[in-house]
Design a protein around this ligand. Structure first.
Ligand SMILES: Nc1ccn([C@@H]2O[C@H](COP(=O)(O)OP(=O)(O)OP(=O)(O)O)[C@@H](O)[C@H]2O)c(=O)n1
Ligand SMILES: C[C@](O)(CO)[C@H](O)COP(=O)(O)O
Length: 225
C-alpha cells in the first residue's frame, strides 16, 4: 500500500488569518481540498491520512469534499513533527509494509508527476524527497547582523514535500528523535539521522508552501499559468 499523509494540523500563525491557512480559499477552493484532490487523483496513492487540528476534525465535513480513496482523519500534535508521527502511527498499524508520501496540506500546487517520481525513486532508493536549487546567493549572517560568508549554491537544495519513505522506518526515526528531544521541521532530517541519505530530485518552483499572505497571492497567480 502507498499512503498519502497530508499534514494540515498547523495554526497558520504567520498567515495571521482568522481560520488556519489550510482552510482559506485559493481560486474559490480551500487550499487543503486542492491538495487532497491531487492525491486522490494520483494512481500511485492507495489511501489518504489527513492530520487536522482537533477543533477542525468535524469542520472538514462542511467543506463538501469526499475523496474516492479511503480517508482517515488523525488529530494533530503540538508541532509538525508530532502531527507527522501521529499520522505514521496509524499508517504502520494499518500496513507496516507500506510506503508513505508525507506532504504539507499547504502545498496545493504540487504536480502529479512529482508524486509519481517520489514513489518511483523511493522504491529504488528507499527514501526520496523533492526540492529546488536556490535562485539567490545565500549568505550566512552573524547574530550581530553582519555577513559571515557566502554558501556554495551548487551544494544547496531547498527541500519541499512530498517526501517519501517506508512507513515503518520513518516512524521509528520519528520515535527516536522524540526521545532525543531534537526539534525538526522536516522528515528527511529525521530519516537521515538514523538511516541513510535520501534521494533528492528536482521539483517545480511552483510547489510553494503557503506560509504568508504573499504566498496566497503568488499561488492565485500560478493557478492561471
Ligand atoms: N502542529 C502542526 C504544525 C504544522 N502542521 C502542518 O505542517 C505543514 C507545514 O507547516 P507550516 O507551514 O509551518 O504551518 P503552520 O504551523 O500552520 O504555520 P505557522 O508556523 O505560521 O503557525 C502545514 O500543512 C501545517 O498545517 C501540522 O500538521 N501540525
Ligand atoms: C517540510 C517543509 O515544508 C519542507 O520545506 C518545511 O520544512 C516545513 O517547515 P515549517 O517551519 O513547518 O514551515
Amino acid at each position: 500500500m502507498v499512503y498519502g499523509l497530508i499534514v494540515s494540523g498547523g495554526k497558520g500563525i504567520r498567515m495571521g488569518s482568522e481560520i488556519p491557512k489550510q482552510f482559506l480559499p485559493l481560486g474559490g477552493i480551500p487550499v487543503l481540498i486542492r491538495t487532497l484532490m491531487i492525491f486522490d487523483a494520483c494512481p500511485q496513492v492507495d489511501a489518504l491520512v489527513l492530520v487536522l487540528p482537533e477543533a477542525y476534525l468535524e469542520y472538514f465535513d462542511t467543506l463538501g469534499y469526499s475523496p474516492n480513496k479511503p480517508l482517515y482523519r488523525v488529530k494533530a500534535g503540538e508541532e509538525r513533527q508530532d502531527s507527522v508521527r501521529h499520522g505514521l502511527e496509524l499508517i504502520v498499524e494499518l500496513d507496516p509494509e507500506s510506503l508513505v508520501l508525507i506532504h504539507d496540506g499547504v502545498r496545493p500546487l504540487v504536480s502529479p508527476e512529482v508524486l509519481e517520481t517520489g514513489v518511483r525513486l523511493a522504491m529504488i532508493h528507499g527514501a526520496a524527497a523533492c526540492g529546488v536549487k536556490p535562485k539567490d546567493t545565500v549568505k550566512e549572517m552573524g547574530s550581530d547582523g553582519l555577513s559571515a560568508g557566502t554558501l556554495d549554491r551548487a551544494k544547496l537544495f531547498l527541500i519541499h514535500t512530498p517526501q517519501v519513505f517506508q512507513s515503518a522506518q520513518i516512524l521509528s526515526a520519528h520515535r527516536k528523535i522524540l526521545l532525543e528531544g531534537i526539534p525538526v521541521t522536516d522528515d528527511t532530517t529525521v530519516f537521515e539521522r538514523y538511516y541513510y541519505p535520501v534521494r533528492l530530485f528536482e521539483d517545480s518552483y511552483a510547489n510553494i508552501k503557503i506560509t504568508t499572505v504573499e504566498d496566497l497571492i503568488m499561488a492565485e497567480a500560478l493557478l492561471k499559468v
